[in-house]
Structure formats: structure tokens, C-alpha cells
Design a protein around this ligand. Structure first.
Ligand code: HEC
Ligand code: HEC
Ligand code: HEC
Ligand code: HEC
Ligand code: HEC
Ligand code: HEC
Length: 369
């Protein structure tokens, strides 16, 4: 009898839990108000303006158009986001891989959290780096995390970006790219560099020895935008057109006066451009090009066509622009590298007008019989 009662009680208790758990939509009925508590200690006066500022960015009305813009962008819809399961692609083609890469989970690090490099300056990969079961497009949580500071008027607003630090390039970790300038004091555009840089698949042809091209995909895979912007990692063939110098000290009006986000994410009245569409906005160009910006560097398409023709005649490149494997005089391999760099940069020279022009003109000159 006692046992029966115990079991019955248990059943009642257990079904009570079940009832509780199955009714997540249950709205409790408010009881009577309790007694007022004692007053707290007066805090330091806060500022209402700060709260208003927070709400400006954090309200749903502000966020919905951003979510829509993102959803339509190549960052959400591109087909290459399926490629990020392998550990050599995940850092740029998988939201999780990107987060892990920035947390240095891919590489050996020293006590200061810096990458440990081998004698060639290459980061030492972790033993048996795991791949990923799924590969997701970069999304809000990849680029954004938490604010470094809430004192925006002193420290600036970091937009809670995960990475605004200078980026060590994967093709040459001795080079740190830092896009900080007068238009971007915190270096928000450094958020783009980790991915939009050449992958370390091939060495840039240099020296005087012949160079062996081993693949139809030779070149700086696939987003050399940051290095082009800096004026680095082309094959600087000596020729009659001067190179503009590199980075902040170089002669690139765009590198000095604006930045990736300045052109690709500026505020605009046209919702189809700028912001989280990442499409360059015309309105951002006319702040400098007051009568409208040219869409390409003067003669860019014609010069690229000429370079293609010369490489095609040498059997170094196909009609559709794939490279042909083989051993070439270094100048030919350099011109192939430059052709692919300018093509993959995909800005018609805009990212660095003078550097693009010098690479084109000097490559053409070097191949002329
Ligand atoms: C200029 C825009 C902007 C302003 C102003 C701003 N934030 Fe943010 N904040 C962001 C963005 C972008 C994120 C990234 C995460 C997201 O979108 O939810 C973020 C993230 C956060 C997070 C982390 C959210 C999480 O899920 O971990 C907190 C907390 C936060 N903000 C609080 C504040 C407070 C408090 C203020 C005002 C003092 C403020 N923010 C002002 C843009 C802003
Ligand atoms: C996690 C790596 C990653 C980061 C960070 C990143 N991108 Fe991208 N981005 C990509 C990849 C990969 C693609 C190509 C997607 C596809 O088409 O498959 C791309 C595509 C683009 C495109 C072409 C969009 C289109 O409509 O086809 C632009 C422009 C661009 N990114 C600019 C930026 C800018 C500016 C930033 C910095 C705010 C940035 N990206 C940050 C990886 C990244
Ligand atoms: C250092 C970053 C980085 C790494 C590592 C990387 N990619 Fe990419 N990849 C990019 C970026 C950035 C783009 C987009 C470039 C653009 O839109 O201009 C891209 C584009 C692509 C595309 C689209 C190409 C096209 O022409 O449409 C494919 C496919 C691709 N990557 C495959 C891979 C594979 C496979 C791996 C690994 C073996 C890999 N990527 C490693 C940055 C990277
Ligand atoms: C590829 C990186 C990237 C992704 C993905 C991304 N953001 Fe941003 N976001 C940025 C950068 C860089 C800025 C600061 C530059 C600017 O706005 O000019 C920014 C700014 C913002 C701001 C403040 C500026 C504004 O326009 O109000 C908000 C809010 C924001 N992001 C929300 C989001 C949300 C929500 C998502 C996902 C739907 C998202 N972001 C996805 C890079 C990214
Ligand atoms: C901060 C000011 C600034 C902004 C913003 C700007 N430009 Fe420029 N642009 C310049 C300067 C200065 C030059 C001169 C060439 C140089 O510095 O290499 C230039 C040169 C150019 C050239 C080369 C023209 C030639 O004669 O070959 C093109 C193309 C160009 N810009 C397009 C654009 C586009 C497109 C945008 C907007 C998406 C834009 N620019 C935004 C300052 C700016
Ligand atoms: C002066 C303005 C300007 C600056 C600064 C700038 N871009 Fe661009 N970018 C352009 C223009 C214009 C195009 C060509 C767009 C087109 O033809 O549709 C372009 C093209 C691109 C593309 C190829 C888009 C595609 O459809 O495949 C990517 C990716 C990109 N930029 C990323 C970047 C990154 C990353 C930075 C910073 C390192 C940067 N851009 C700096 C104006 C700019």
C-alpha cells in the first residue's frame, strides 16, 4: 500500500514537471503587487543622449533594412560559401572558419597570442587541423561581436567589429596591412583584409631564373583587392612607368582619402548600393570626383586586352584567361601573375589607378618582341 502511494505521488510530481515543460507559451497571471523596496543609492548621472544613440543603431526599424541588404548581397548569396569545409578554405569561405581563424585556432601561437612562424616566415599549422561539417556564408556574427568600449566620444565607435587590427598577410606574414587613415581612424576596413587578399598557393615570380607554372589557376586566388589597394604583391617588372609606392606612403588617392568601407559601405540615399549591399556607391565617389567618377582607369580595358593578346600568342594563357602550365622566362610568368591580379581584383583599376597602370604598361612592354 505504502509503495503504491509513493508511486502515485511520484507520478503526480513527474506529470507536474511535464505539464510545466510542455506549456512554454503559458502566460502567468500577475499576483498582487508586493511592498515597495527601499530606495537604492543615487548613481552618477547618466546621459540620455547615449541611450538614444544606442537605440539609433539597435532598434529593429534601423536593423531591418540592414538585414535585407545583407540578404541580397554576395556575402549572403555567393556560391563559394559552400567551399569552406576544408581547413585551407574555411578561414575565408565559412563563418565559423573565419571566427576560428581570427581566434588563432588554426595556428601555433606564442604566449602573447602571436603566430609562431617557421624559418620562411610561414605560420605553423596546428597538427591535424579539423575540417568543418558545414560551411555557412559570413554573416552578422562573423563580422560583428561586441563593442570594445561604450565611450564612443573618446574611443570612437568600433561598430562591434570582430577585427579592426592590422592583418598579417597569408602569402607573406612579414607584411602587416593596416588600412587606418584620416577617413577610417579605427581601421574598420581591416575587417575586409583577412579574406580579400591572395591565398598562399603560388610564389610571386621574381629573380632571373625560369619559372614553372603548375596550374591552370595560377595567380593570386581570388580576391587580391587589399593588396592591390596597398600597391603590393604585383610582380613589379622594371619598365618605363613608375610604381607609385606602397601603403600609406604610396601615391594612391583612394588609399589616402577613403577606404574599403568608404566606397563599398557608405551611407547612401540609394538602398541598392553602399551599406550592407557592399556595392560601391556613386554618391561616395562624387565627394571627390565632383562631376562624376570615371568607371575605369583610363585605357584599362584596352590595355588588359592587349596584355591578354600577348600572353595568348605566347601560349601562356587561354582565350578565356586560364593559365597554361609550363616553364616560362620569369618575365612571362610575371606578366601572367599581373594579368591574373588585375583581372581578379575586379575593379577595373579603381582600387589603385597608378599601380594598376604601371603593372599593365610594364607587363606589356616586357612582352613586346
Ligand atoms: C553605430 C552603431 C551602434 C551604436 C551607436 C551602438 N551599437 Fe552596439 N552594436 C552595434 C553593432 C553593429 C553590433 C553587432 C552585433 C549586432 O548587430 O547585434 C553591436 C553589438 C552590441 C552588443 C553585443 C550584442 C551581443 O549580442 O553580444 C551590445 C551589448 C551593444 N552593442 C550595446 C550597445 C550600447 C549599450 C550602446 C550605446 C552606448 C550601443 N551598443 C551603441 C552597433 C552600434
Ligand atoms: C570571411 C571572409 C570575408 C570578409 C571578412 C569579407 N569578405 Fe567580401 N567576400 C568574401 C567572399 C568569399 C566573397 C565572394 C562570395 C561569392 O560570390 O561566392 C566576397 C564578395 C565580396 C564582394 C562582391 C559582392 C557581390 O555582390 O558579388 C564585395 C564588393 C566584397 N566582398 C567586399 C567586402 C568588404 C568591403 C568587406 C569588409 C567590410 C568584406 N568584403 C569582408 C569574403 C569576405
Ligand atoms: C585568404 C582568403 C581565401 C582563401 C584561403 C580561399 N579563398 Fe576562395 N575566395 C576568396 C575571396 C575573397 C573570393 C571572392 C573574390 C571576389 O569576389 O572578387 C574567393 C572566391 C572563390 C571562388 C569563386 C571564384 C570565382 O571566380 O567565381 C571559389 C570557387 C573559391 N574562392 C574557392 C576556394 C577554395 C576551394 C579554397 C580552398 C582551397 C579557397 N577558395 C580559399 C578568398 C579566399
Ligand atoms: C562582411 C562583414 C559584415 C557583415 C557580414 C555584417 N556587417 Fe554590419 N558592419 C560591417 C562594417 C565594416 C560596419 C561599419 C562600417 C559602416 O557601416 O560604414 C558595419 C556596420 C553595421 C551597423 C552600424 C552602421 C549602420 O549602418 O547602421 C549595424 C547596425 C550593423 N552593421 C548590423 C549588421 C547586421 C544586423 C548584420 C547581419 C544581417 C551585419 N551587420 C553583417 C561589416 C559587416
Ligand atoms: C577621397 C577622394 C576620392 C574618392 C572618394 C574617390 N576617388 Fe577616385 N580618385 C581620387 C584621386 C585623388 C584620383 C587620382 C589618381 C590617383 O590618386 O591614383 C582618383 C582617380 C580615380 C580613377 C582613375 C582615373 C584615371 O584617370 O585613370 C578612377 C577610375 C576613379 N578615381 C574612380 C572612382 C570611383 C568609381 C569612386 C567611387 C566608388 C571614387 N573614385 C572615389 C580620389 C577619390
Ligand atoms: C575608390 C573606391 C573604392 C575603394 C576604396 C575600394 N573599392 Fe572595391 N571596388 C570599387 C569599384 C568601383 C569596383 C568595381 C565594381 C564594379 O565594376 O561593379 C570595386 C570592386 C571590388 C570587388 C569586386 C566586386 C565583384 O563584383 O566581384 C571587391 C571584392 C572589392 N571591390 C573589395 C574591396 C576591398 C576589400 C577594398 C579595400 C581593401 C576596396 N574594395 C576598396 C571601389 C572601391
Amino acid at each position: 500500500m505504502k509503495n503504491f502511494k509513493l508511486i502515485l505521488n511520484l507520478v503526480i510530481v513527474v506529470s507536474g514537471f511535464m505539464f510545466f515543460q510542455c506549456t512554454s507559451e503559458y502566460t502567468p497571471i500577475a499576483g498582487i503587487d508586493g511592498k515597495d523596496g527601499i530606495d537604492g543609492v543615487d548613481g552618477v548621472n547618466g546621459s540620455d543622449a547615449d541611450a538614444a544613440l544606442c537605440i539609433q543603431c539597435h532598434s529593429s526599424t534601423h536593423r531591418d533594412p540592414i538585414i535585407n541588404a545583407y540578404a541580397s548581397s554576395g556575402h549572403a548569396t555567393g556560391s563559394s560559401w559552400g567551399r569552406g569545409t576544408g581547413s585551407s578554405c574555411a578561414q575565408c569561405h565559412n563563418n565559423e572558419g573565419y571566427i576560428d581563424y581570427l581566434s588563432n585556432k588554426y595556428f601555433e601561437t606564442d604566449d602573447a597570442g602571436d603566430l609562431v612562424e617557421d624559418v620562411n616566415g610561414d605560420p605553423i599549422p596546428m597538427p591535424n587541423p579539423d575540417g568543418y561539417a558545414v560551411s555557412n556564408p559570413i554573416n552578422c556574427t562573423g563580422c560583428h561581436t561586441a563593442h570594445r568600449s561604450f565611450d564612443f566620444s573618446t574611443d570612437g565607435n568600433d561598430y562591434a567589429l570582430r577585427n579592426i587590427d592590422p592583418v598579417k598577410l597569408v602569402l607573406d606574414p612579414t607584411i602587416h596591412v593596416d588600412l587606418t587613415n584620416s577617413s577610417d581612424a579605427l581601421g574598420l576596413s581591416n575587417a575586409c583584409v583577412t579574406c580579400h587578399q591572395p591565398r598562399p598557393s603560388y610564389a610571386i615570380p621574381a629573380g632571373t631564373e625560369d619559372y614553372t607554372v603548375t596550374s591552370s589557376r595560377f595567380g593570386p586566388h581570388h580576391g587580391p583587392q587589399s593588396t592591390m589597394f596597398e600597391g603590393i604583391m604585383g610582380a613589379n617588372i622594371v619598365g618605363s612607368t613608375a610604381y607609385p609606392g606602397a601603403g600609406a606612403n604610396g601615391d594612391n588617392g583612394h588609399r589616402k582619402g577613403t577606404s574599403c568601407i568608404g566606397c563599398h559601405m557608405s551611407e547612401t540615399t540609394d538602398m541598392a548600393e553602399g551599406g550592407h549591399t557592399w556595392l560601391p556607391s556613386q554618391e561616395s565617389c562624387v565627394t571627390c570626383h565632383t562631376s562624376g567618377a570615371p568607371t575605369e582607369v583610363t585605357g584599362f580595358a584596352a590595355d588588359l586586352e592587349t596584355l591578354h593578346g600577348l600572353l595568348f600568342d605566347l601560349g601562356a594563357i587561354t582565350a578565356t584567361g586560364s593559365t597554361v602550365s609550363g616553364t616560362y622566362p620569369v618575365k612571362v610568368a610575371q606578366a601572367m601573375w599581373n594579368y591574373k591580379t588585375l583581372e581578379e581584383d575586379n575593379s577595373k583599376g579603381v582600387h589603385n589607378p597608378k599601380y594598376s597602370k604601371a603593372l599593365l604598361k610594364n607587363s606589356i612592354e616586357a612582352l613586346q618582341p
